[in-house]
Write a protein that binds this ligand. Structure first.
Ligand code: DX5
Ligand code: ZN
Length: 221
């Protein structure tokens, strides 16, 4: 069996009690905190930046923080997030003019680097950087908002990326983001994903531990 990671997206958390929410979801069994950064330019919404990441570190969060950048331009915010305590930084290829340079910049700042693909973004952006990416994130909704439905065509894309990762022989994470729930996580894992972002499925109900346990049960058989 693969080593599966569950990454709650704090986009659906209560921002007025963010530190508590992150502590609770980690105590409930989350592996990674997914941190959605939106700029009202690359995507139609505005969320949180490096100051909030730093505040979580100061609050005592030691778990990996997976920063999903939905911003344009990308490069000038990378050092700020690295200093703020990001563990992984992923970005959309459409938002960077020099994709190889941005991947290198993230790694030079001590973080794992990844590319994010919108539902209709072709995979050719991976062609010359498979030796550099640590994470490939496939969006299964159009980015900007939590609570949307999983786009089924993503399953074929996950299978395609799984093949590319296996051919590369490198330990690249295959992360899926958008509409992931207890009732579809198994199918998404079977297609080849090993890292699951879930926002509304976890935070929009009272018992985080129960949902995460239910997700792990789906992943274990
Ligand atoms: C969407 C974000 C997601 C979002 C997922 O743009 O990248 O991380 O929070 O939310 P759910 O799990 O509710 O689809
Ligand atoms: Zn995200």
């Amino acid at each position: 069996a693969r080593d599966y990671w569950i990454a709650p997206s704090i986009l659906s958390a209560d921002f007025a009690r963010l530190g508590e929410e992150v502590d609770t979801v980690l105590a409930a069994g989350a592996d990674v905190i997914h941190f959605d950064v939106m700029d009202n330019h690359f995507v139609p919404n505005l969320t949180i930046g490096p100051m909030v990441c730093e505040a979580l570190r100061k609050h005592g969060v030691t778990a990996p923080i997976d920063v999903h950048l939905m911003v344009e331009p990308v490069d000038r915010i990378v050092p700020d997030f690295a200093k703020a305590g990001a563990s992984m930084i992923t970005f959309h290829p459409e938002a960077s003019t020099h994709i190889d340079r941005t991947l290198q910049l993230i790694q030079d700042h001590g973080c794992q680097a990844g590319l994010v693909f919108n539902p209709a973004t072709p995979l050719h952006f991976l062609d010359y950087v498979m030796d550099k990416v640590d994470i490939i994130l496939l969006m299964s909704v159009n980015p900007g908002f939590g609570g949307q439905s999983f786009i089924p065509a993503t399953l074929d894309k996950i299978r395609e990326v799984r093949k590319r990762i296996d051919v590369s022989g490198r330990p690249i994470r295959l992360e899926v983001d958008g509409g992931v729930k207890v009732d579809n996580i198994k199918e998404i894992a079977r297609a080849g994903a090993d890292m699951f972002v879930a926002g509304s499925a976890i935070f929009n109900q009272p018992n985080y531990q129960q949902v995460i346990a239910d997700m792990r049960a789906e992943l274990s058989d």
